[in-house]
Design a protein around this ligand. Structure first.
Ligand SMILES: [Fe+2]
Length: 309
């Protein structure tokens, strides 16, 4: 199967209106809303990237990837036991199948969804550095205080109960590649795995999926691409002003290099913005790092306990 990109995430939430208020302040746009379901998108052209169903308790149902064509959906059915191909009732139409991973999460594969209009980026920052002054007789391109412009869903981080089994499934069934792993003590005893898509010579994000060994199966965070650090710091100030709770950031991770900023939604799921990620092709071999000696934020202290709770 040829995966194109991470496409969407699917949650249950306890208050659709409150979730919509948060997600709108965070930078997502409402694509459709009923009494029982909220569907949101970025401004990067996707028809949707976030689905929230109203339920008595919060929960993470699963994630979805786009594939190149319906032939990939057929392959998922014949080789991997996916549900039969069905027409999607989400914005943009298209077709999909559903797999179930070893810990019971839905893994949707979708194709043929009509894209929406790509909205413009802010004018790029013109940085004056000692060896290159690019902004002459002019101020920086200041931007209004507003929700971040988010361009796509970039990655999902999951807590899993059996990291080895889940990693093996995502490698075998979805063909994901390992970008980096972390271990504690014995280099074979992995505690986290960063997966990227296999797009051959094409460049993809350092990770689209992150798995962490835990005592539960749940979502750790979802992450959307912002334009740059200026957008993230501005959005950080905006979200704080709107009364939402910061979890961690703004900071920069060493693995993947991306700048991150993490916030709690009303059900205390983590929503992250990222920018300036490493991009890799399929040739890059994986790295393996000792977790206890690895800084997780190059700009400040190690993550607060509330990042892992
Ligand atoms: Fe992340």
């Amino acid at each position: 199967m040829k995966l194109v990109a991470l496409h969407h995430v699917h949650f249950t939430v306890t208050d659709l209106d409150k979730t919509e208020r948060f997600a709108s302040d965070f930078g997502l746009k409402t694509a459709s809303k009923t009494n029982s379901r909220l569907v949101m998108r970025t401004i990067g052209g996707d028809a949707f990237s976030y689905i929230a169903d109203l339920a008595p308790a919060r929960g993470f149902l699963g994630l979805g990837f786009s594939v190149e064509s319906e032939a990939d959906l057929e392959e998922a059915v014949s080789r991997h036991g996916a549900t039969s191909i069905h027409t999607l009732d989400t914005p943009g139409g298209g077709k999909g199948v559903r797999l179930t991973d070893p810990e019971g999460l839905q893994v949707d594969l979708v194709a043929g969804i009509a894209e929406t209009h790509l909205e413009p980026l802010h004018k790029p920052l013109a940085l004056n550095i000692p060896s290159n002054r690019s902004r002459l007789n002019a101020s920086q391109n200041f931007r209004p205080l507003e929700p971040a412009r988010l361009f796509r869903l970039g990655h999902v981080g999951l807590y899993v109960k059996d990291l080895a089994a889940m990693s093996a499934w995502y490698e075998r069934v979805l063909g994901l590649l390992i970008s980096d792993t972390m271990y504690i003590g014995d280099p074979e005893k992995k505690v986290t795995v960063f997966f990227r898509l296999n797009r051959g010579e094409a460049l993809v994000d350092h990770h689209s999926l992150f798995l962490a060994q835990a005592d539960k199966t749940d979502c750790h965070h979802i992450s959307f691409e912002a334009q740059d650090f200026e957008a993230q710091f501005t959005a950080h100030r905006w979200l704080k002003q709107r009364g939402w709770e910061s979890n961690w950031g703004v900071g920069r991770h060493p693995l993947g290099s991306h700048i991150f900023d993490v916030w709690f939604d009303p059900d205390r799921y983590r929503f992250e913005t990222f920018s300036d990620t490493d991009v890799l092709d399929a040739s890059k071999p994986p790295g393996n790092y000792e977790a206890t000696t690895q800084d997780m934020d190059l700009w400040s202290s190690d993550p607060p306990d509330r990042y892992f709770a």
